[in-house]
Design a protein around this ligand. Structure first.
Ligand code: ARG
Length: 590
């Protein structure tokens, strides 16, 4: 494992040093180095520095230029405009640096300098309820961020804060006591997850109907909640059956989604039951929370309702019950004190933003969150239908996640089949690829828009071969593999820094150079959509390269063939690694 600094990072250092040489008092000046179309890079930092040093920008640029001599890395530096520096690097330096990347398992990508412990709260469906598109977003985004952070060397502890507690369990458990066989498994259905969900649905609907119609049942259900909260053994056992049954369903959906969730990371709302009383006591004793009309409340100057009245965070209700805030506050305590997290992330719907703002502020006042801990709600937007309204079925019901995934796979399979039959893929390969392309399409559509924005769920667009889609990127990957399958035995990938690069090669190569820096930025700001756009650009640049630069029939002879194969190989490895960090697979043949 050897990390390889990018050419642009090395150049950044060189230009920084040149700036300092020109203006000794400006050792810390940022050269503001950017990729540019005019040359390879442009440094815009001279202008600001000239202002600070009260110097003529053009003259200063000349002095920096003099301190930045051409050598094996810098081919050419020119002053342009009022004092920009256009910098061209040498082909040899580009190729040699990429060769060092290819030689490394991690493609030369360095890990975080000071990795820490991140607890990330994502993939949090609710027990005895169907999963919907909102749960899709949290799971897909959370999984990608987990992968990206782990690759950066961070210790990541997932917490799946499932909704497994609350008054509705009184109703469910009471119903099960009175109709003991409703959750029994009949002959095992082919899809165990779906069967579980339909059993749970049956109980849920029947219990609800009874609850709404029958006052006596309602009373019994309410008493059952008390038993549940008191930890009555029989009641808890029945509650556990609902949880277990739901997990069968959750796991089947996550399996379809190709997202790995493990039991030990599922710590639902119930997991904090033992802490709730203490959490409230601590808040009340410290004065962070006060009693108001019997309820234990935390007030905020800047949180008011429409009527101008303050809206408190209710930590304990007047009847003694605890809700969502008490659980989340206890979770903060657990994650900081017991799991030693220095970063807390919450991948949760934007509509819960106020809740988290109040929870974090409360935890700060109570001293559970200190300045040493970074806490971030990563809010995501709503999935919309083609009509621009929240995604619903024609009947106005929320769309079942599984139906949606099944449809995506069916559409993708049709797309894959058309090309696959031409290149002689077996039926098995076609269905296998259909799954990887369909699930990839759903994830990519979700990950390629910035988190906070809503997006339209449009399967036609998502599985399109042209456009900003995962299929497009997967095709680019498969194309690299096909080139290698067609190569003759003596045609192998090898870097030749002595060869000049064609424009399409340079563009591809300089983008490959940016992989590590891009990942480091993304890991610092939790924005997977930037990785998606990096990969889409990489696939586009590769496509242009492929059109303009014949690989196996390169005119420059065997060395050029090797060098182009080398670029193909590094592109393939980068696409594969990048898509993997988004949780998306790369079929070998498409
Ligand atoms: N179960 C909740 C839902 O379905 C999301 C939980 C979010 N996490 C949390 N710590 N509150 O909306």
């Amino acid at each position: 494992m050897a990390s390889v600094p990018s050419l642009s990072a090395t150049l950044q250092q060189r230009v920084t040093a040149a700036l300092a040489a020109a203006v000794p008092s400006a050792a810390d000046a940022d050269p503001l180095l950017r990729r540019s179309d005019r040359a390879d890079f442009q440094a815009n930092g001279v202008l600001g520095l000239a202002k600070r040093a009260k110097a003529n920008p053009k003259e200063l640029a000349g002095a920096v230029l003099a301190a930045l001599p051409a050598d094996e890395m810098v081919a050419r530096v020119e002053v342009s405009g009022p004092g920009f520096l256009n910098i061209t690097v040498t082909d040899a330096a580009i190729t040699a640096n990429l060769a060092a990347r290819l030689a490394d398992d991690r493609l030369g990508v360095p890990g975080k300098e000071r990795p820490g412990i991140t607890v990330i709260d994502y993939a949090q469906p609710n027990v005895a309820k169907e999963m919907h598109v909102g749960h899709l977003r949290s799971s897909v985004i959370g999984d990608a961020i987990t992968r990206i952070l782990r690759f950066a060397g961070e210790t990541v502890i997932p917490r799946h804060h499932i909704g497994d507690w609350g008054t509705q369990f009184g109703m469910l458990i009471q119903y099960l006591i009175e109709h003991p066989h409703t959750l029994d498994h009949s002959e095992d259905a082919p899809d165990a997850g779906e069967a579980s969900m339909s059993r749970l649905n049956r109980v849920y609907k029947a219990a609800r109907t009874l609850f709404d119609a029958d006052e006596a049942f309602k009373d019994r259900a309410r008493r059952r909640v008390v038993d549940l909260q008191a930890g009555d053994k029989e009641t808890l056992e029945l509650w556990q059956r609902f949880v277990d049954e739901s997990k069968i369903y959750f796991y089947s959906v996550y399996d379809k989604l190709d997202i790995r969730i493990v039991d030990e990371d599922i710590v639902g709302e119930s997991g904090y039951n033992d802490m709730l009383v203490e959490t409230c006591e601590l808040l009340e004793k410290s004065g962070v929370a006060v009693r108001s009309n019997g309820a234990l409340c935390v007030f905020f100057d800047d949180v008011k309702g429409k009527d101008g009245e303050p809206v408190p965070l209710i930590v304990q209700k007047a009847d003694g019950g605890f809700g969502y805030p008490a659980t989340d506050l206890s979770a903060v305590r657990d994650r900081t004190a017991n799991l030693h997290a220095d970063t807390l992330l919450y991948v949760v719907d934007a509509r819960q933003a106020l809740h988290f703002r109040m929870v974090f502020e409360t935890a700060r006042r109570a001293g559970w969150l200190t300045d040493e801990v970074t806490v971030r709600h990563l809010p995501f937007g709503t999935v919309l239908g083609k009509d621009g309204k929240p995604f619903k079925t024609r009947e106005g019901e929320s769309v079942r996640l599984e139906d949606l995934l099944d449809e995506a796979v069916a559409r993708a399979t049709a797309v894959v089949r058309e090309k696959g039959e031409k290149i002689g893929l077996s039926e098995e390969e076609i269905t296998g690829n259909g799954v990887q392309v369909g699930i990839g399409a759903v994830k990519y559509a979700d990950l390629s828009t910035s988190l906070g924005r809503d997006y339209v769920f449009d399967l036609d667009r998502m599985v399109s071969l042209n456009g900003d889609t995962s299929v497009y990127i997967q095709y680019a990957y498969a194309r690299t593999r096909s080139i290698f399958r067609k190569a003759a035995a003596d045609q192998t990938a090898a870097a030749h820094p002595e060869l000049p690069l064609a424009p399409a090669e340079r563009a591809l190569a300089l983008h490959l150079d940016a992989f590590g820096d891009t990942l480091a930025e993304i890991a610092a700001v939790y924005e997977p959509h930037r990785l998606a756009s990096y990969l889409f650009q990489l696939a586009s640049l590769f496509t242009t390269f492929y059109e303009q630069c014949p690989v196996l029939t390169a005119e420059g002879g065997p060395a050029e063939v090797e060098n182009r194969l080398f670029l193909c190989e590094l592109t393939a490895r980068t696409l594969h690694r990048g898509l993997d960090l988004l949780g998306i697979r790369t079929p070998e043949r498409l």
